[in-house]
Design a protein around this ligand. Structure first.
Ligand SMILES: [Zn+2]
Length: 207
């Protein structure tokens, strides 16, 4: 906890002081983020940092392997679906972005089973992406992790369209669904194109 407190003190003297006017405005008028981000919980792939986002810009939900479950309202507890409902129906974001990342432990669990001692929830959760795992069997073993990390993004985008209150604003042109992938080894972000493939985003100033 000591490191956290040190970080908090840096925040108070840095970001909080620098962004004070923005926090004041956000506390008066409420948040109006344009973008909802669905990302992995991995400590190395933080959307706020990668997109250099200001307070109030991103509405974020993070879970193991950036997975969106299919629409299935019932009496169970659905954290990701609840965040999605809040972002889309209450905040009325214009974009929902699913971001995958390299070296994902959740995708490793999908391919090789849940880590020792994590048998209650992780395996069942990542098996949501079993389709990606089955498709990955067509690739050599060393390519399967890369493939599934990107396929998990496509799968989540497909599952987003099973939510009626996502499908309707998408059809009306009021909501856009996007996919991207962050490689923690190179720091490069890739965008999912209309061609179904991921393409690196050029750095500022690159030709
Ligand atoms: Zn991950």
């Amino acid at each position: 906890m000591d490191d956290l407190i040190k970080g908090y003190r840096r925040f108070r003297s840095g970001t909080w002081a620098d962004q004070r006017a923005r926090f004041d405005e956000l506390s008066r008028s409420g948040q109006q983020p344009q973008t909802m981000l669905i990302a992995c919980s991995d400590s190395r792939a933080d959307p706020q940092m990668i997109f250099d986002a200001a307070p109030g810009e991103l509405f974020v939900v993070r879970n193991v392997a950036n997975l969106v479950p299919p629409y299935g309202p019932d009496s169970h507890h659905h954290g990701t679906s609840a965040a999605l409902e809040f972002g889309v129906r209450v905040l009325k974001v214009s974009n929902v972005v699913v971001m995958g990342h390299a070296m994902c432990g959740g995708i490793h669990a999908l391919l090789h089973g849940a880590p020792e001692g994590a048998g209650d929830f992780v395996g069942h959760w990542v098996n949501m992406a079993e389709r990606a795992k089955l498709r990955a069997l067509h690739f050599p073993p060393e390519k399967r992790q890369d493939y599934c990390e990107r396929e998990s993004v496509r799968l989540s985008l497909e599952n987003l369209m099973t939510f009626p209150w996502v499908r309707e604003p998408v059809a009306a042109g009021e909501l856009a669904l996007r996919g991207c992938f962050f490689d923690i080894r190179s720091g490069v972000l890739e965008r999912l194109g209309d061609d179904g493939s991921f393409h690196p985003v050029a750095d500022a100033g690159a030709s």
